[in-house]
Ligand binder design. Structure first.
Ligand code: CTP
Ligand code: MG
Length: 208
């Protein structure tokens, strides 16, 4: 016969396991899911400009076809006015939608985007891309050449440098260290995935 005592012990063990599962769940939300969602929410206005530039780009190159003193193009045919402006407009537009959605649906737990933050993120992402291409050409790499690390992090560097200069208060209040770590992990993965899709759909000439 099972004693009352052992039944209580079993109940106690089950309650403890349940608490442990609950604890793991809360910890995973706090340490992984919230920073991950925050990272995506912060970076959306910086992530969108690149694929939109690839979709809409073409026409007059920003360097107007000119060469630098080393004989190589200043930026190359991969950097055009159309791509630049379409990308920036798309980044700001998605940011404006985020600001509206946060107010309309009470998304107060996510980082608070502002018109200034989304503009700096969108402009910074494509300025980072331009600066990277400038140095790519200086080291003799042709348009579309693979330059690991720089190709993936140019948009993060550009966006964060602009935020640091023009809105450091926003940067330090909204981007927490865990979400910054998520941005660093997420960016190259998303960059690669989007470029492979772009290549499959013949929007990009190379899958990187
Ligand atoms: N694009 C554009 N204008 C920009 C940025 C991108 O028109 N300011 C378009 C170009 O058609 C470009 C494509 O988006 O080829 C993909 O962008 P990216 O990979 O940044 O350019 P690459 O062609 O790889 O050139 P680079 O070697 O200079 O990075
Ligand atoms: Mg490229």
């Amino acid at each position: 016969m099972v004693s009352v005592d052992s039944r209580f012990r079993n109940l106690n063990v089950s309650a403890c396991s349940l608490l442990q599962v609950l604890e793991c769940y809360i910890i995973s939300i706090e340490f992984f899911i919230i920073p991950l969602l925050s990272a995506l929410w912060i970076m959306l206005p910086a992530y969108l400009p690149n694929p939109v530039a690839a979709l809409c780009g073409g026409g007059t190159p920003i360097d107007l076809g000119r060469n630098w003193s080393d004989g190589h193009r200043v930026l190359g045919d991969g950097k055009t006015y159309r791509g630049l402006f379409a990308g920036i407009i798309a980044g700001i537009a998605i940011g404006a939608i985020q600001i509206w959605a946060a107010a309309a649906y009470g998304l107060g737990d996510l980082p608070r985007q502002t018109l200034l933050s989304v503009t700096l993120l969108a402009v910074g992402a494509l300025l980072g891309d331009l600066v990277k291409s400038f140095f790519k050409r200086r080291s003799g790499m042709e348009r579309g050449a693979n330059w690991p690390v720089a190709d993936q992090y140019d948009l993060v560097a550009g966006a964060f440098v602009l935020l640091l200069i023009f809105d450091p208060a926003w940067l330090f209040s909204e981007v927490t260290p865990p979400s910054f770590v998520c941005i660093l992990i997420l960016t190259p993965l998303l960059h690669r995935a989007v470029n492979i899709i772009g290549y499959q759909f013949k929007i990009k000439e190379v899958p990187w």
